[in-house]
Design a protein around this ligand. Sequence first.
Ligand code: SUD
Ligand code: ADP
Length: 284
Amino acid sequence: MKIFEKAPAKINLSLDVLHKRADGYHEVEMVMTMVDLADRIEMQELARDTIIISSQAGYIPLDEKNLAFQAARLIKDRYDVKQGVYIHLDKQIPVAAGLAGGSSDAAATLRGLNRLWNLNIPMEELQVLGAELGSDVPFCVTGGTAVARGRGEKLEPIVSPPQCWVILAKPPINVSTSEIYGKLNARNIKHHPSTDNVLSAIRHKQFDQLCGNLGNVLEEVTLDLYPEVRQLKESMQRLGADGVLMSGSGPTVFGLVSKEAKVPRIYNGLRGFCKDVYAVRMLT
Ligand SMILES: C[C@@](CO)(OP(=O)(O)O)[C@H](O)COP(=O)(O)OP(=O)(O)OC[C@H]1O[C@@H](n2ccc(N)nc2=O)[C@H](O)[C@@H]1O
Ligand SMILES: Nc1ncnc2c1ncn2[C@@H]1O[C@H](COP(=O)(O)OP(=O)(O)O)[C@@H](O)[C@H]1O
């Protein structure tokens, strides 16, 4: 049997760091949502006890370093599954972008194999498994819109943000999440976003309020290290996006746009100097 799962990209509408923990992780408070840019994952049963990964993308690992491989191995080990699986990743989400492409592939693999092997694992249990693979995986298991706390695994689902266009632009650099967290001085953050204001704007479907309250403390680090990300943010603002923010640890910058008529100008303006530009909808 063969099944398919979609693995959408996430964006962080706000990302606050409360403090650095004794285990080295950072205690976060983030508002996360999914956008309509997704990898497509095909999973096919194999009688042999093996995990095989393939992808059309030449730039991701296809061995045990792949997060989809790790997800398959985890579920096989934990539930004593003797069959194998062939997993093909049709990558559409740019890699190491701050869009959780790998985490979403891992989450989709957990959901897919749960179906393929009729394991009937509840979603909450899949999220607990996902946390072993990465901090963003539990959110990606259920998707939607949520506040994430802890190191990202404590989730509180909330209503969808007001519908709008999301323009994503990734400059041609790779950013390491651990390097960015490593360079953050959690005791000396200049500007904390207000999670409450972001949540209130979402609950009351106030688009302008949402745009005015977007904030990400990791921008302080990434924008200083990579001036091209700061330039990209400024370009997106100049081209007329209503709210602009870096997603996660970067380097992708997203712009929220309410009027469809404004989208082509921003998209084409960015394409002039950035290859990876996408105009997508928020997933509601
Ligand atoms: C920054 C965020 C925001 O959504 O996303 P990305 O930029 O990666 O998409 C996440 O917090 C990233 O989640 P994820 O990419 O799953 O991180 P992990 O694999 O768990 O951790 C990678 C490294 O980041 C650091 N890390 C991660 C999460 C956290 N709350 N505190 C940390 O300090 C740790 O150094 C860890 O070794
Ligand atoms: N299925 C996968 N898709 C993308 N990247 C993957 C995957 N599996 C492992 N990786 C590795 O994970 C790292 C982070 O990739 P990704 O999840 O796309 O970025 P981010 O955490 O910034 O959102 C990259 O170095 C990449 O090589």
